[in-house]
Ligand binder design. Structure first.
Ligand SMILES: Nc1ncnc2c1ncn2[C@@H]1O[C@H](COP(=O)(O)OP(=O)(O)OP(=O)(O)O)[C@@H](O)[C@H]1O
Ligand SMILES: [Mg+2]
Length: 255
């Protein structure tokens, strides 16, 4: 009879081979990304985004930075395919805009103005949970954001900060792998900023991709691990060094 050791010795190489194959497959299936090549977006005759390329991997919290009117919102709308846009490649988690899965691979609402004013937070959460096929519990989102008191108030009766909470709630319930935010901290009080920061960091920990525009350098330094500077329609600088972003901002845009 063969010894236990000899059997182990014989199957070990095969075992390692299969484990490596499984790991490779899991990695591929779990792997998330936003890939853009040669993207151009025109508003009127002006090219706001001009041959832009970009790739973001999962777990990254990426800030999109540039002065007012440069094209941050335009770029986010372009990635979400909400504006006429041309590109060589636009893929979210390997899905191109032609794929039915594209729209479910990300969540983006430009601002709380895009919420339905006659509906409540609860109405929005039910709608999004269904459409994004999310397994996140509505109660969990409501309690995380501490929005019990106005969960049944129509959006039109809310203050700016309350609407921003409602907006954040829509992102959380979507459970989408890629979250695109346009200035998510707008109108929030310091406590709500801290809560939003914590939520964004937890989402990245869950391997979501977070891309958000912001003008708040100190806050970006506190929570991001990468910053993209937009200039002349392209990513002019891309850094992971949070200590250099203020200097880079001045260098690129002056002031
Ligand atoms: N609906 C539109 N029609 C024509 N041009 C537009 C339209 N919306 C934006 N633009 C132009 O596109 C450019 C970029 O605007 P965008 O809103 O993307 O800038 P932004 O970087 O998000 O600025 P901000 O920091 O002020 O939000 C601006 O020159 C603006 O005038
Ligand atoms: Mg903007």
């Amino acid at each position: 009879m063969k010894s236990f050791e000899s059997i182990i010795t014989r199957i070990r190489p095969r075992f390692h081979y299969y484990m490596a194959r499984i790991a490779e497959r899991v990695e591929k299936e779990d792997f998330m990304s936003v890939l853009i090549e040669n993207m151009t977006i025109k508003r009127g005759r002006k090219k706001i985004i001009d041959g832009l390329g970009l790739s973001i991997m999962d777990g990254e919290i990426v800030a999109l930075v540039a002065p007012n009117g440069t094209g941050k919102t335009t770029l986010l709308n372009g990635i979400a395919h909400l504006l006429p846009v041309t590109y060589r490649k636009l893929e979210i988690n390997s899905f191109s805009p032609h794929s039915l899965n594209f729209n479910r691979s990300f969540f983006y609402l430009e601002s709380s103005n895009n919420l339905f004013e006659h509906l409540t937070i609860l109405d929005h959460l039910l709608l999004i949970k269904k459409n994004w096929q999310s397994k996140i519990a509505i109660d969990e989102v409501i309690s995380l954001l501490k929005i019990h008191k106005y969960q049944t108030l129509p959006i039109k009766k809310m203050s700016l900060g309350m609407k921003q909470h409602a907006l954040l709630a829509t992102y959380l319930i979507s459970d989408a792998p890629v979250l695109l935010f346009d200035e998510p901290l707008n109108g929030l009080d310091p406590g709500s900023i801290e809560l939003t920061n914590t939520i964004i960091q937890n989402l990245a920990y869950k391997k979501k991709i977070i891309l958000f525009s912001s003008h708040d350098i100190a806050n970006i330094q506190a929570i991001c691990n990468r910053v993209l500077f937009l200039k002349n329609g392209k990513i002019a600088r891309d850094t992971k060094n949070m200590n250099e972003i203020l200097a880079l901002y001045k260098q690129l845009y002056g002031g």
